[in-house]
Structures are given as C-alpha cells and as structure tokens.
Design a protein around this ligand. Structure first.
Ligand code: ZN
Length: 246
C-alpha cells in the first residue's frame, strides 16, 4: 500500500473519566497511551475515537479511511449500538484490520466475529504476566525476546471460548497457575483480526514500550496487502466452452 497506515484507536473511555485511580494511570485515556505509542512510528498515522462521540466516533467516513481499528472496551459493551457493530463488521469483512485488546474479548464486535461466547476466567491480584512467544517467526513477534514480562496485570485463564486461532503468537503464564492464549490471529472475509490480552485499566501496560511495539507490529500485520477484490456470483467463462450436450 502507498502512504502511511491509517489507524483509528477506539476506546470506551469510561473508567478514566469516572475514577481518579484509572485517570492517574492513563491521564490521556487508554486511547491516548495507545495512540502515543503508535505515533512514534513513521509508517503509521493515528486518530482516536471514543464511545460517547456521535456514532461512537466511527462514522462511515471514518471507517472508510481506517486501515486498522484497535478496540478497548470493558464496562459499556452494551452501549455500543448494533448499527455501529454492523458497520465495523462489514469493514472487517471488506479488509479493515481489527486489533481487539484485553476486555474487548466481550465486545459485541469480537463476539460477533468469533461466533462464540468469548468467556474466560479472570482475577485482579497484581500478578506477573509472562507472555511466551510461541510463533517466533510471526511478524507480530518481530524484535521480541523469548517472552514479554509485565510486573503486574490482571489474570485471564483458560478455557477461553474462542474458535481455534489461525495462528497463536503468545501464550501467557500467571503465578496463580493459569495459562491463557494471549495473542490470537484470525481471518474473517478479507480482514485480519488480532486479539491481544494485556491491558487492564488499573495497570500501566499501554505505556510499556514493548507492548507498544507489539501493537505496532500487529497494526502492520493486520493491514490489507491490497490484493484483488473477490468477484462473486454467476460468472461468464474466460475461455470458450464446448457447446452443451443436448
Ligand atoms: Zn481487565
């Protein structure tokens, strides 16, 4: 593709507006931290959108001009209008990349695209998370060591009720004993989807340069390569065919 990758960073933006303890971690909102990390890359341009904007900041025009959408939501999944969910799904099927972060596992758009409950186990107990790279040659793991360690995170544990990922890039370990498929690649229509687990609202995860670089890698991976648009329906032959047998 020509020109920079156009990313829209979407955030529910309720926790940070409603409670000081979250605002202290993310003074510019979770979307602000993610956008700052992505903006450091010359090949990426970033805009942000939040739930309480008209059309949740995701108008037809905005989505048409978005190559990759990132999605963070938690407490207000049900406030996202079905019309906007339909619109985002249509764009994904048409080739827009989608990166679903942390508690976005229960968002309407992710559950719709997966077709399963996307349920999991969780616990907030200041645990270390160790994300093991299990696909070392995958572009989303570019530049990483064997694993990424976060001092404090929420625990998510298996079973995670998703379809089998096309590629699993990370598996997380937690001190309480659980493991979790924390970096999962999917394709739906022409669109690529990456689910990335870390990012609980009370921890500074999105300020981590390593996490920021994983998200940038995921943006590049999820960008459409601009291949030919598929053609569907009744088709005339490209070569002349023998006359039909009567
Ligand atoms: Zn959380």
């Amino acid at each position: 593709m020509s020109g920079p990758i156009r990313v829209t960073v979407w955030n529910e933006f309720r926790h940070e507006q409603e409670e000081d303890r979250y605002r202290e971690v993310y003074p510019e909102g979770i979307h602000g931290a993610i956008a700052t990390g992505l903006s450091a890359h010359a090949d990426i341009t970033v805009t942000t959108a939040t739930l309480d904007q008209p059309e949740h900041g995701l108008s037809v025009e905005t989505l048409e001009n978005t190559d990759v959408l990132t999605w963070w939501g938690h407490k207000a999944h049900d406030d996202v209008s079905d019309a906007v969910v339909e619109r985002v799904q249509a764009r994904v099927l048409d080739g827009m990349g989608l990166i679903v972060l942390h508690s976005g596992h229960h968002s309407k758009i992710f559950r719709r695209l997966m077709g399963t409950t996307c349920n999991l186990k969780w616990r907030v107990a200041d645990e270390t998370e160790r994300l093991w790279v299990v696909a070392p040659d995958h572009p989303i793991a570019a530049g990483l060591d064997q694993y990424v360690e976060l001092d404090r995170e929420e625990m998510y544990g298996e079973f995670f009720d998703i379809p089998e990922p096309d590629t699993l890039v990370f598996v997380s370990w937690f001190p309480g004993g659980e493991v979790f498929r924390s970096g999962c690649c999917f394709a739906r229509g022409r669109g690529k989807i990456f689910y990335f687990r870390p990012g609980h609202e009370s921890y500074p995860t999105y300020h981590s340069p390593t996490i920021q670089s994983v998200i940038a890698n995921a943006v590049r991976w999820a960008t459409s390569s601009g291949g030919p648009a598929p053609v569907f329906g009744n088709a005339n032959p490209l070569e002349s065919l023998p006359a039909p047998v009567k």
